[in-house]
Design a protein around this ligand. Structure first.
Ligand SMILES: Nc1ncnc2c1ncn2[C@@H]1O[C@H](COP(=O)(O)OP(=O)(O)OP(=O)(O)O)[C@@H](O)[C@H]1O
Ligand SMILES: [Mg+2]
Length: 656
């Protein structure tokens, strides 16, 4: 029966009319009439308008009594899930699928049967609403789109503004203006969440429970998400998803002429621009350094330490004091700064000073290492401790893909505790190889800055010089010192000088240092400990034997700077000589220094100054001075050398 608003008038005013009480439950005596091409509709003699008026009015009377009883009584809606929703969801005939989860609190009875305040009908079981053959839980497939009841709708459609509860899907409310008063809130349940349904995906309850559902403003706050394995709706509580890991900044890569730089294009770079992840060098003449140069005060007790691994909070200004904290200013050392000192890239969020779990760059208790004689420690501290200024990614011109790889494969894993117990330990050794002056040591220093680590620097030639025994002693002291000042970076340049028997007098020393080196790299003297990163550099990777090469978990090729990077290095170097070339001159110089390393560009500027006889710098360097110097300073790495680096990188490199 399709109730329309006029049906809601008092019975005596109902106009005498035929009602098409069409039902969908054929009784055996009735046959199905299939209208041509139409949907199957079941018709019953008594459901046709050819029933006698008396019967119809009796029927109506009965329905009216039935429903007026429902309309008038205080309406208490059963809690959701008290019904076999499956029966109503699709009007399935017969007994509905048992509801997944715990037994519903109500027997799978007719929609109203179990409602308090309604007349007890012959309901129960599949008796349907008060026995009505058309409204039982055993409704067949709904014949009316959108009406899950499938049969005549006999229940009110609550308007959107209704403050009542959600009606179980398939519950067909009485339409009409005489809506029953909203059921008391206590009986109302929050609606099943969107997408919810026996077939719908399980819902992950928001941690704070449900926000009040729209249109249910007056509802009491819904019960907090159940801690019990089942939700109020009877569903098994979904396990809350783990909070998604914070998103990592996508590495902005750097464009540079691959052919010239000879770098692998595995990590294709977008062009270096001002909006990259690292705030890269803005290609413009830098400001001349202050008269006395930027000062990097030392620590107050003359020591220089890493900044203890506390990445600056995002947006923190570059502290003038460099990474070693306050104290008396240090002479400016190290590479010029490229572009305004911008935050090279968003710093890692301030880390809570929780002890880094194993695998992080833990800071051991710091008790001095046993077996390390004070003399050696003193030697290391005085000779190897690098108190140079901090080096940000932005201070290294070009090398975009390499910087991104170093950050992602080394810095981040070391800075962040392992995502889960048992995750692989971050690498503790990295080999940087490439032409002389290409920036390997500079990158090593940059890693120390990024890790907030103490930087100890060794040179292979320095270690080999005093003889094997002495050299080995120094090496062990350096590793041990690194371990007792964590976090620390041990930068060993010219690694090849330690390995190779050489013709000159240090042949024995060089070869003899391999064993202690490997022992230390294996953790013999503290290298493998948390908090120590060993950075080896070499311009002769082919000189490393397998044993040594394999001690380095990561191996990266540091290629020559490409055009834009050369321009930036030149600009910086020239500013230090008070020279500012115009665009055309700079472009010509960049073109003329193809194949130069960063170190060689610096040497070119120094040569130009010397050639111009300007030790006192009475006048700024001119383009002519540089042209003259070009005749004297040239690139050392030959194309063949560059090819061999690329080959070695392909065979043993970690790629980037
Ligand atoms: N990409 C670069 N950006 C800025 N400066 C650079 C770059 N590459 C090299 N330099 C400068 O060139 C000089 C030599 O750099 P560095 O010592 O890092 O080279 P290297 O590869 O370690 O050389 P070697 O193989 O001789 O040890 C330093 O002054 C450094 O600042
Ligand atoms: Mg070096």
């Amino acid at each position: 029966m399709h109730w329309t608003p006029e049906h809601a008038q008092p019975l005596n005013q109902w106009p005498e009319q035929h009602l098409d009480v069409s039902s969908t439950t054929p009784s055996p005596a009735h046959k199905l009439e299939l209208p041509p091409g139409g949907r199957q509709r079941c018709h019953y003699a008594w459901a046709h308008d050819d029933i006698s008026a008396l019967t119809a009015s009796n029927l109506l009377k009965r329905y009216a009594e039935k429903y007026s009883g429902v309309l008038d009584s205080p309406y208490e809606r059963p809690t959701l899930g008290g019904y076999g929703d499956a029966a109503f969801l699709n009007g399935a005939k017969g007994d509905p699928e048992p509801w997944p989860g715990p037994e519903p609190p109500y027997p799978l009875a007719s929609l109203h049967e179990s409602l308090p305040g309604t007349k007890s009908g012959s309901g129960g079981g599949s008796g349907g609403l008060g026995g009505s053959p058309v409204l039982a839980g055993n409704l067949p497939e709904p014949l009316y789109a959108g009406n899950a009841c499938g049969g005549p709708s006999v229940a009110p459609e609550y308007g959107a503004g209704y403050g009542g509860g959600y009606l179980a899907p398939g519950y067909c409310a009485q339409t009409g203006t005489a809506l029953p008063p909203p059921p008391p809130a206590a009986l109302l349940q929050p609606p099943p969440p969107p997408g919810y349904g026996p077939s719908g995906p399980l819902y992950n309850y928001p941690a704070g429970g449900y926000a009040a559902q729209p249109g249910y403003g007056a509802l009491p706050p819904p019960p907090a998400p159940p801690s019990a394995p089942y939700l109020t709706s009877g569903l098994a509580a979904p396990t809350p998803l783990p909070a998604p890991a914070p998103p990592r900044p996508a590495p902005t890569s750097y464009g540079f002429q691959a052919a010239e730089a000879g770098v692998s294009l595995k990590r294709k770079a977008a062009d270096e621009g001002a909006d990259g992840r690292y705030r890269k060098y803005i290609y413009e003449p830098a400001k001349a350094p202050a008269a006395d140069g930027a000062s990097y005060p030392n620590t107050d007790n003359g020591e220089c330490r890493g900044n203890g691994f506390r990445p600056k909070p995002p947006g923190a200004a570059e502290e003038a004091s460099g990474k070693y904290g306050g104290g008396v200013p240090l002479k400016v050392l190290g590479s010029p700064v490229y572009g305004p000192q911008l935050e090279p890239f968003e710093k890692f969020p301030e880390r809570a000073p929780a002890p880094a779990p194993r695998g992080g760059f833990a800071v051991p208790s710091g008790e001095p290492l046993k077996g390390l004689d004070p003399g050696a420690l003193e030697l290391v501290t005085s000779k190897m401790l690098d108190c140079g200024p901090p080096v940000q990614w932005a201070d290294v011109a070009g090398q975009g893909a390499l910087k991104a790889a170093l950050e992602e494969e080394l810095v981040w894993p070391l800075l962040r505790p392992p995502a889960y117990p048992g995750s692989p330990r971050p690498p503790r050794t990295v080999l940087l190889f490439g032409p002389r002056g290409a920036g390997k040591a500079l990158l090593g220093r940059c890693l120390a800055t990024q890790l907030g680590a103490t930087l100890l620097r060794l040179r292979g030639t320095t270690l080999a010089a005093p003889g094997a025994a002495e050299g080995a002693h120094l090496l062990q002291a350096a590793f041990a010192a690194a371990r007792c000042r964590p976090p620390s970076v041990l930068l060993i340049s010219e690694l090849d000088a330690l390995l190779q028997a050489r013709e000159d007098g240090v042949a024995a020393a060089a070869g003899a240092l391999q064993a202690p080196l490997l022992a230390c790299l294996d953790g013999g003297c503290g290298a493998g400990a948390d908090g120590v990163l060993v950075v080896g550099t070499t311009s002769r990777p082919a000189a490393l034997d397998d044993a040594t090469r394999q001690r380095f978990a990561l191996r990266f090729y540091v290629a020559l700077p490409d055009g834009p990077a050369r321009g930036q290095i030149l600009q910086r170097a020239l500013v230090q000589h008070g020279c500012a070339l115009n665009e055309r001159e700079l472009a010509a110089l960049v073109q003329g220094t193809q194949g130069f390393s960063g170190g060689e560009l610096g040497q070119l500027c120094q040569q130009a100054a010397a050639g111009a006889g300007l030790p006192g710098l009475q006048r700024p360097l001119s383009y002519k001075d540089l042209e003259a110097a070009l005749a004297k300073v040239g690139p050392r790495a030959s194309p063949k050398d560059l090819d061999s680096y690329v080959e070695w990188d392909k065979m043993y490199g970690s790629g980037h």
